[in-house]
Design a protein around this ligand. Structure first.
Ligand SMILES: Nc1nc2c(c(=O)[nH]1)N[C@H]1C(S)=C(S)[C@@H](COP(=O)(O)O)O[C@H]1N2
Ligand SMILES: [Mo]
Length: 447
């Protein structure tokens, strides 16, 4: 971790993100962002507290009365240099602004099909500029050790030569839920909002790969995107991952140009991305211009080391784990969200509370979702709908009855088709803080 010499000048430099103060990779933002949507995190501000007067240009008269962690509104305004609204996003919570990372509060994920404005944003590098994202001139190279006839496709050719499919596919970051691990793991402190399930339109990876011919020694795919490494080094990729060839050959593994029937949002990969539903979002390359078929497990950026890997065996919290004792995350675990009502509501006694949400389970289907109002002592079945297609989340709903007034938590717990349920507590600690699929909780004050 690099620490700058002069924090004040950095705070005033609106071209760069506060996180650079602490990390060249990405910053662990605090959970709480005070006031408006802002990239100024409480933790980031506290680090600069000593020089707050200098930052504001005036001494703070009642500084002794100022709540700790409050971000002066002047600062919140002047440092909000990445506008998600300019990219058509709404209501997301910014965790980091370089690279830009933002999650969706659960109540904004209430739609069965996630609208583009509410889809989370997760970046390892610098988002390509609008000028670089030209669908007419865009090409996708298919090559690699295991491709017989490498070829460069235009998007038009992809559209003309292959059958189009539309699937609703869940996409969840492997680090979703990281904020709950103790001791904490470095990386974006996602709570519950790095999940979305829009519809995707494009062609099957399988059809494109078959057209160029794949050798029998094919092991893994490898995507390459047009985003740049944070270091600015043009030879380095921020991320280049893929999936085993069997996953790539599934019906729902797609090269897509549309989301919810429209151009993909720039931050979500316009004009072309890969979607491999049910697997970590990191396998779903954005702004892709190349897919290689490798004769080995792909060794691109964030495929080696500990990235997107978990220990092969359970480890104690905080334990050091050797790289060779880690394995690549494949299908994501069973999980659910309560998307209505939002947490913290008041509810009148005597009336049932209508609750609803979604559940998903990586490559598997969800067989049941249950809710509890007594901290997991007893559970009630909810009404669970079938997915629109394989690898799409499933909607659930339930009426909840409260016996008396007071504070309650409503918990949701999904169970996958192998009868594996979400844990009530945060599951096995791991060095990078992946795969936290504990039950979702909301607070309800019954009055
Ligand atoms: N080119 C590129 N593709 C990428 C990434 C990236 O940084 N660059 N991030 C990956 C990760 S870690 C996730 S979780 C998903 C997030 O997709 P979204 O930003 O559309 O929500 O994109 C994946 N694809
Ligand atoms: Mo991710």
């Amino acid at each position: 971790m690099k620490k700058p010499k002069n924090k004040t000048s950095h705070l005033l430099n609106s071209e760069r993100g506060l996180h650079e103060l602490y990390s060249e990779d990405y910053e662990r933002a605090d959970h709480l962002v005070f006031g408006r949507e802002s990239n100024v995190t409480r933790r980031g501000f506290l680090k600069g507290l000593g020089s707050m007067g200098a930052v504001l240009g005036f001494p703070v008269v009642f500084s002794n009365l100022m709540p700790s962690g409050l971000i002066p509104i002047a600062l919140a305004d002047s440092t909000n240099n990445f506008s998600l609204a300019a990219y058509g996003k709404q209501g997301l919570r910014i965790l980091n602004d370089r690279p830009i990372n933002a999650e969706t509060p659960p109540h904004l994920l209430n739609d069965s099909v996630t609208p583009a404005k509410y889809m989370f944003v997760r970046n390892n590098g610098i988002v390509p500029s609008r000028a670089e994202l030209t669908p007419d001139k865009w090409t996708l190279t298919i090559d690699g050790e295991s491709v017989i006839n490498p070829r460069i496709f235009t998007i038009d050719e992809l559209k003309k030569e292959f059958k189009h499919y539309t699937y609703q596919l869940q996409l969840e970051c492997g680090g979703n839920g990281r904020a709950e691990y103790v001791p904490p793991a470095r990386g974006n402190q996602w709570t519950t909002g790095a999940i979305a399930c829009p519809t995707w339109t494009g062609v099957r990876v399988r059809d494109v790969l078959k057209s160029v011919g794949i050798r029998s020694n094919a092991v893994y795919t490898a995507y390459y995107g047009k985003d740049k490494h944070l270091s600015g080094n043009p030879k380095k990729f921020p991320i280049s991952r893929g999936v085993p060839i069997a996953k790539a050959m599934e019906d729902e593994s797609m090269i897509v140009w549309a989301m919810n029937g429209k151009e993909i949002n720039i931050l979500n990969g316009h004009p072309l991305r890969v979607v491999t539903g049910g697997w970590p979002g990191s396998t779903c390359g954005k702004w892709i211009n190349r897919i290689a078929v490798r004769d080995r497990v792909h060794d691109g950026a964030k495929m080696t080391g500990k990235a997107y890997k978990v220990p092969k065996k359970p480890v104690a919290p905080g334990e050091k784990v050797k790289n060779e004792d880690m394995m690549i995350i494949e299908s994501m675990p069973v999980k659910s969200l309560i998307t209505f009502p939002r947490t913290g509501i008041r509810h009148p006694i005597g009336k049932p509370l209508a609750t609803n949400g979604h559940a998903w389970a990586g490559d598997l289907g969800v067989s049941a979702v249950e809710v509890s109002i007594d901290f997991g002592s007893t559970w009630n079945k909810t009404r669970l709908l079938k997915p629109k297609n394989r690898l799409s989340w499933q909607d659930w709903s339930a009426n909840v009855f409260f016996p008396k007034t007071g504070y309650y938590e409503v918990w949701s717990r999904a169970i996958d088709e192998n009868n594996v349920a979400q844990p009530m507590l945060v599951p096995g600690w791991n060095p990078k803080g992946y795969l936290n699929n504990r039950c979702h909780r909301i607070a309800v004050n019954v009055v």
